[in-house]
Design a protein around this ligand. Structure first.
Ligand code: UGA
Length: 434
């Protein structure tokens, strides 16, 4: 099939590459000339495990190409994916200016029948708006389909190539058949392609992310309770997660969820609810709890150092909002850094992938270390904010020799409490006894 993908951000690049990987001809369109040049020259613009190999292979096979010219990009395509940003506006609702802007342009250049697919996370009713924006100038035939994306950063290629389900919102039989043919190679194991109306598909995306954010937040609150009642959240997690109705995944407590999706999507769903006079109370609570959770370690740190962090020096491991990404949007580590600096402390940080992004954002407010162990030099304590694999079984001897005090504040529950106590550490984590 011939496919165009408008927008080469995270979702667009993964979508374009993975469709090329199953043999389709894909043209990716972006207004950013530098980016298009880089991508055309084989330079990948995002960090995502496994993507580069696929990207280079399909570029070489000429199944994947990049252009800034919208008209040229969509000329041959049967299906046009819109993978454009929907940043939160001032009031928290998703801003559709990019999507509607491109729709407007498409209307002027569409000639033969095409399926236009919303891949971005968009509020309910967007498919209708896109349809109207195209229709305004368009003489050709077209259908607008909603096809939300459920991939996770860090495992995006796997999520795309082997999705748990594909959700397609359309009321057109013609578009339904085309979308079904396109996705069949991705669901060979028998996972469903679920067809529904456009509005339900749009809401499915927000409901999925909001539900997961709620699940995490629920466990973060259980963790709070565990600390006060002397229970162990790891045990409670295993105890409830083995009930299939609850499920084992997304029950890990920590210092809050971050990233470019959960915070934005929960907020947007609250806003959409308000617009139809519904107060989505549980999600208001989720946002509130998560904001506080990002700083959950702070009172513990302050208590240990008797409320005086002035002149104290901390090592901080992990800056990305989660492992296997360089994404620092809404990362809990940034909130911790800010709070520590405000208290007059200094911080040396290490992250395997996200240091450049943090440097661009906050410059020399912190020290950037060459390795996780360099960050420990003369630090009064170690704080862990992201569960990168290399932090899971560190060389404790090196930690002991570099840190001034044997003190660890762990926002991701990486270590076994008994084992770490045996090594003589003062160890605070989430929802477990100190
Ligand atoms: C999320 C969804 O999981 C994807 O299905 C969705 O497609 C994507 O948003 C999106 O809308 O584009 P992502 O933001 O990449 O994916 O990251 P997740 O792996 O879902 O993690 C989100 C946050 O939850 C992270 O901060 C992570 O540390 C936190 N988390 C996750 C927990 O605190 N505990 C858990 O048990 C799981």
């Amino acid at each position: 099939m011939k496919i165009a993908v408008i927008g080469t951000g995270y979702v667009g690049l993964v979508t374009g590459t993975c469709f090329a990987e199953t043999g389709n001809d894909v043209v990716c369109v972006d207004i950013d000339t530098t980016k298009v040049q880089k991508l055309s020259n084989g330079q990948i613009t995002i960090y995502e495990p496994g993507l580069e190999k696929l990207f280079l292979r399909n570029l070489k096979e000429e199944r994947l190409r990049f252009t800034t010219d919208l008209e040229d990009g969509i000329k041959e395509a049967q299906i046009i994916f819109l993978a454009l940003p929907t940043p939160p506006g001032e009031d928290g609702s998703a801003d559709l200016k990019y999507i509607l802007g491109v729709s407007d342009q498409l209307g002027k250049i569409l000639k033969d029948y095409k399926v236009i697919v919303d891949k971005s996370t968009v509020p309910v009713g967007t498919a209708e708006k896109v349809h109207a924006a195209i229709k305004k100038n368009c003489k050709g035939e077209f259908d607008v389909v909603s096809n939300p994306e459920f991939l996770r950063e860090g495992v995006a290629v796997d999520d795309f190539m082997k999705p748990d389900r594909v959700v397609i919102g359309t009321s057109s039989d013609r578009a339904r058949k085309i979308m079904n043919d396109l996705y069949l190679p991705f669901v060979r194991q028998g996972n469903p392609i679920i067809f529904m109306d456009e509005r339900s598909a749009e809401l499915t995306k927000y409901a999925a992310n909001s539900f997961l954010a709620t699940k995490i937040t629920f466990m973060n609150e259980v963790a709070q309770l565990c600390e006060r009642l002397g229970a162990d959240v790891d045990m409670v997690r295993r105890g409830i997660g083995s009930d299939e109705r609850i499920g084992k995944r997304f029950l890990f407590p920590g210092i809050g969820y971050g990233g470019s999706c959960f915070p934005k999507d929960v907020q947007a769903l609250v806003k959409s609810s308000q617009e139809v006079s519904y107060d989505f109370r549980i999600l208001n609570a989720v946002m509130d709890v998560n904001e506080k959770q990002k700083l959950h370690l702070m009172p513990k740190v302050k208590k240990y150092f008797k409320d005086n962090l002035k002149g104290k020096h901390f090592a901080l491991w992990g800056l990305a909002f989660k492992p296997n990404t360089d994404d620092i949007r809404e990362a809990p580590a940034l909130y911790m850094i800010d709070a520590l600096l405000k208290e007059g402390a200094t911080v040396a940080v290490f992250d395997p992938e996200a240091m450049n992004n943090v440097k661009q954002l906050i410059g020399d407010k912190v020290t950037y270390s060459e390795s996780q162990y360099d960050a420990l030099e003369n630090a009064d304590a170690l704080i862990i904010a992201t569960e990168w694999n290399e932090f899971r079984t560190p060389n404790f001897l090196k930690i002991v020799t570099s840190l001034k005090n044997k003190v660890i504040f762990d926002g991701r529950n990486l270590f076994d409490i008994a084992a770490i106590r045996e090594l003589g550490f003062y160890y605070e984590s989430i929802g477990r006894a100190p």
